[in-house]
Write a protein that binds this ligand. Structure first.
Ligand code: ADP
Ligand code: MG
Length: 457
């Protein structure tokens, strides 16, 4: 993304030389952000329809030839108005992940894998290490070390991703390996569809001819007796031929309901591993990884903002990823800075007022308190205490100001960190320092230094 912003700025400055000042300024000058890049189209945001038409008429051709020249391949600009961008933004469904459509048919063999679900894109932590190493082993020696590999855990924790890693890894090694990914509910649907047409052969051929079978969300076989019988036969056949089977589920094999026990007991023949929720550090690492996949600039979003997102979404990696995408969209589309506050606005509709967000803020405030007391060489207890001597009062006002600036909490709530000072005392401190920052270079220097320290923490 950053690359395209740089390129656009370059093109803009070249255009400004070629066209007369006023028409250039009216049309192009204000365009300074790239909304998205998709299918070799780079979407630029323009103010309104009028500007859009004008640019299309006057400059687009030139812009495109310059872009193509710089990129060395076919790329083109598309213009999108602010309104359109906003609408598209509102339509972003953060929980959606794109999985390629499932194909079916003898002559059209498809593994149905999402190519981005690779081991290198999977971030390992304590919550998923065992599952990860088991999947690695299976991918290295399919059919030998753990058959079936049974992975279970709550929704959105990476089961599908990990299972597809196995498939992608094997295919990378051997392009001719017959890997097949199928969701259990899709298996049932296909069975029902083809059984009703008496096309059993086709159904069986499709599944029996594989080297590696990945069956996702096996719990969806519940109550589908005929499909279970069919799957049982398939399992037996593949297993006895040492074909690797990987299964995922939302629960352990013993806890599966309404699935015949001769099937569930077989799930325990191999290795069973669970995936749990990632902790905060792990979530931050996942965000960093996802960010790298979206943009080449790994510093695009500052650490404290990533940390904010990671603390607000602790349940599920899919939600976490959706949140990151939303913040990315929001800030790049409108050219806002990546700050905790903007992230908060972008995620407003998603973040439930959660206890842990409060914990996060609390922890951050405590950090600020220790930073400020260190900086002025006073004890934190004095910083938040009641004494009004100048060497405590000034640092206290600075701390209050910083907290307000960083978190925009109600004055009373800030006061609760300072021996329950009331609304007006806190407000007075904020206003006083805000004024002094403007007039007193020493105060400004202190505040700037402390803000940098806060950002680093
Ligand atoms: P599940 O199948 O358990 O519901 P998914 O495999 O669909 O979860 O994961 C949801 C999203 O979270 C996917 O986009 C996936 O890439 C991502 N994800 C989950 N765990 C990790 C991880 N450890 N590292 C990187 N991405 C992850
Ligand atoms: Mg899944």
């Amino acid at each position: 993304m950053q690359q395209h912003i740089d390129i656009w700025n370059e093109i803009k400055s070249q255009l400004s030389v070629n066209y007369d000042e006023q028409s250039y300024q009216e049309a192009l000058e204000s365009i300074d952000s790239v909304f998205k890049v998709k299918n070799q189209y780079v979407y630029l945001i323009v103010e309104n329809d009028f500007v859009k038409k004008r640019i299309e008429l006057l400059y687009l051709k030139k812009m495109n030839s310059m872009l193509e020249h710089i990129m060395g391949e076919t790329y083109a600009y598309k213009l999108i108005t602010k309104d359109e961008a906003e609408k598209e933004l509102a339509d972003v469904k953060p929980y959606e992940v794109s999985v390629p459509e499932e194909g079916f048919g003898k002559n059209n063999y498809k593994a149905n894998l999402n190519p981005s679900y690779t081991f290198s894109n999977f971030v390992v932590g304590t919550s998923n290490r065992l599952a990860y190493t088991s999947a690695m082993k299976v991918a290295d020696q399919p059919g030998i070390v753990a058959n079936p590999l049974y992975i279970f855990g709550d929704v959105g924790l990476g089961k599908t991703h990990l299972m597809q890693c196995v498939g992608n890894y094997i295919l990378e090694d051997d392009i001719n390996a017959r890997v097949l990914y199928v969701k259990a509910d899709h298996f049932v649907e296909e069975y029902v569809r083809l059984a009703s047409k008496k096309r059993f052969d086709e159904f069986q051929d499709h599944y029996r001819d594989v080297d590696v079978l990945l069956v996702d969300d096996i719990q969806f076989l519940a109550k589908k007796e005929k499909s279970q019988i069919e799957f049982f036969k398939l399992f037996e056949m593949l297993h006895s031929n040492q074909k690797q089977i990987v299964i995922t589920s939302d629960r352990g094999a013993k806890d599966l309901k309404d699935i015949m026990s001769r099937l569930t007991s077989r799930f325990l023949w191999g290795v069973s591993v669970d995936i749990n929720r990632p902790d905060l550090d792990h979530r931050i690492k996942i965000l960093e990884k996802k960010l790298m996949a979206e943009t080449s600039d790994k510093n695009l979003i500052p650490n404290n903002v990533l940390e904010y997102i990671a603390s607000a979404f602790d349940n599920n990696v899919r939600e976490l990823e959706g949140a990151l995408k939303r913040v990315l969209f929001y800030c790049t589309a409108f050219n806002y800075e990546f700050t905790t506050k903007n992230a908060e606005i972008a995620l407003e509709s998603l973040v439930k007022p959660k206890e842990n967000h409060k914990d996060f803020v609390k922890q951050k405030i405590n950090n600020i308190l220790s930073l400020v007391s260190d900086y002025y060489h006073i004890a934190t207890s004095e910083l938040v205490g009641k004494k009004r001597t100048r060497n405590f009062l000034y640092p206290r006002q600075i701390a209050i100001f910083l907290i307000k600036k960083q978190f925009d909490l109600p004055y009373k709530r800030i006061g609760s960190y300072f021996s329950n000072r009331d609304h007006s005392t806190v407000m007075h401190s904020v206003e006083k320092i805000a004024g002094e920052v403007e007039t007193d270079p020493n105060v400004k220097k202190d505040v700037d230094k402390l803000l940098i320290k806060c950002g680093e923490n």
